[in-house]
Design a protein around this ligand. Structure first.
Ligand code: NAD
Length: 269
C-alpha cells in the first residue's frame, strides 16, 4: 500500500495540541497531508505540536487558533482554512470532560461540553462539507467515544454530546453519500468511538481511582479497565490515529455513517 497516499490533500484536526488529536495530525502528516492544527495550549506546546507534525512527514503544518466553544471563532478558523487550502479531511477531535451526578452538574459545564464536543463539529462540518461534495472527495472523522454508544454514570453532558455527535455524523453521511465516485473516493462521514485511551483527558479519573487504592496510579488504571474494558489494555493515541488513517483511504469510500468502536470489547457486553 502507498504510505504517502495523502500527498496533495489538506487536513484540519481540531484538538490536535495534545493526546489523540496530535497523534492523528502526525499520522495524516506521515501519509503526506498538509495539516492544520487547532487546540488550546501554551505557545511552546503549540510550536512543539506543529514541529512534530512536520517531523512526521507533513509537507506543511500550520496552527489555526480558535476557541471552539465560540461559534464565531469556528467560522473565522474555517475561513482561514479555506484560504490555506480547501479541507479534504476534517477530523473533529477537540473534547472536554467533567464528571458529576446530574444534580451537581453546573449548568455552565453542560453548555461548555455541548458547545465544544458537539456544536463545534456541526459548525466545521456545515462549512467544510459543501466543498468536499463539489470536489468529489472528502473525509470527515469525528472522534466520539464509547460514550456515544453506551452510557456511564456521572457523565451527562459528555454522553449527551457524544450520542449527539454519532447522530449528527449519520445524518451528514446520508446527505453526502452520493457525492463523487469510487475512483474519486467519495465523501464519507464516520465516528471513531474509543474506550480508554492514555491521554491527559482521563488523568483526573485515574487519579480518583488511584486515591481509592492508596495513591497507586497503576492500581487505579487497572480498576478503571477492569470495570468496562475487557481487553484490560488501554489504547495509545497512535492506535486511534491508525483507524482514522484507514478511513481516509480511497478504499474506504463505502464506509460511511458508521460509529467504529476501538474499545477492547467494552460495547460488546
Ligand atoms: P486531550 O485533553 O489530550 O486533548 C483534547 C484536545 O482538545 C486538546 O488539544 C485541547 O486543547 C482541545 N480543546 C479542548 N477545549 C478546546 C476548545 N475550547 N477549543 C479548542 N480546542 C480545545 O484529550 P484526548 O483524550 O486526546 O481527547 C480527544 C478526543 O477523544 C475528545 O473528543 C475525547 O472526548 C475523545 N475520547 C477520549 C478518550 C480517552 O480515553 N482519552 C476516550 C474516548 C474519546
Amino acid at each position: 500500500m502507498d504510505e504517502r497516499f495523502l500527498e496533495g490533500r489538506t487536513a484540519l484536526v481540531t484538538g490536535s495540541t495534545s493526546g489523540i488529536g496530535l497523534a492523528i495530525a502526525q499520522a495524516l502528516g506521515g501519509a503526506g497531508a498538509r495539516v492544520a492544527l487547532n487546540g488550546l495550549g501554551s505557545h511552546e506546546q503549540i510550536e512543539a505540536a506543529v514541529a512534530s507534525v512536520c517531523q512526521a512527514g507533513a509537507p506543511q503544518a500550520s496552527f489555526l487558533d480558535a476557541n471552539l466553544a465560540d461559534p464565531a471563532a469556528v467560522e473565522t478558523m474555517m475561513q482561514a482554512l479555506a484560504g490555506w487550502g480547501p479541507a479534504d479531511i476534517l477530523v473533529n477531535c477537540a473534547g472536554v470532560q467533567h464528571t458529576a451526578p446530574i444534580g451537581e452538574m453546573p449548568a455552565a459545564t453542560w453548555d461548555k461540553l455541548i458547545a465544544i464536543n458537539l456544536s463545534a463539529a456541526f459548525h466545521t462540518m456545515r462549512l467544510a462539507l459543501p466543498g468536499m461534495v463539489g470536489r468529489g472527495f472528502g473525509r470527515v472523522v469525528n472522534i466520539a467515544s464509547v460514550h456515544g454508544l453506551v452510557a456511564s454514570v456521572n457523565k451527562s453532558p459528555y454522553v449527551a454530546s457524544k450520542f449527539g455527535l454519532v447522530g449528527l455524523s449519520k445524518v451528514a453521511a446520508l446527505e453526502v453519500a452520493g457525492a463523487g465516485s469510487r475512483d474519486s473516493g467519495g465523501v464519507t462521514v464516520n465516528c471513531v468511538c474509543p474506550g480508554w485511551v492514555e491521554t491527559p483527558l482521563i488523568e483526573p479519573q485515574i487519579a480518583a481511582r488511584a486515591d481509592q487504592h492508596g495513591g497507586d496510579r497503576e492500581a487505579g488504571v487497572r480498576a478503571l479497565l477492569a470495570e468496562k474494558q475487557p481487553s484490560g489494555r488501554m489504547s495509545l493515541p497512535s492506535d486511534i490515529a491508525a483507524t482514522v488513517l484507514f478511513l481516509c483511504r480511497r478504499e474506504a469510500h463505502n464506509i460511511t455513517g458508521s460509529a467504529i468502536p476501538v474499545d477492547g470489547g467494552w460495547t460488546s457486553q
